[in-house]
Design a binder for this molecule. Structure first.
Ligand code: SF4
Ligand code: SF4
Length: 86
């Protein structure tokens, strides 16, 4: 289980979550080249330790524990994981 970034991040990409993640598992960070090319940020499910820090700071409530994702955003589990399979 991991936290997942869903649709509200698209077009927001404010990156507060990146600042608070203790294990640096949210990418691309604003200082990474890929940041300009993505529509949202993604959480690496293999590295996330489920601390919840990211979800508390997101201004648009885009981040959920996988098991609490609203039904219409379930596809974001795969969308987040796929970013790390490149
Ligand atoms: S804080 Fe929320 S909106 Fe901002 S980048 Fe993170 S997930 Fe996206
Ligand atoms: S739940 Fe914690 S470890 Fe997982 S992405 Fe959010 S801040 Fe990082």
């Amino acid at each position: 289980m991991a936290y997942v970034i869903a649709e509200p991040c698209i077009g927001t990409k404010s990156a507060e979550c990146v600042q608070v993640c203790p294990v640096d598992c949210i990418h691309p960070r604003p200082d990474e080249p890929d940041f300009a090319n993505v529509e949202q940020l993604y959480i690496d499910p293999e590295t996330c330790i489920n601390c919840g820090a990211c979800a508390s700071v997101c201004p648009v409530e885009a981040i959920f524990p996988e098991e609490d994702l609203p039904e219409q955003w379930k596809r974001f589990i795969e969308i987040n994981a796929n970013y790390y399979k490149k």
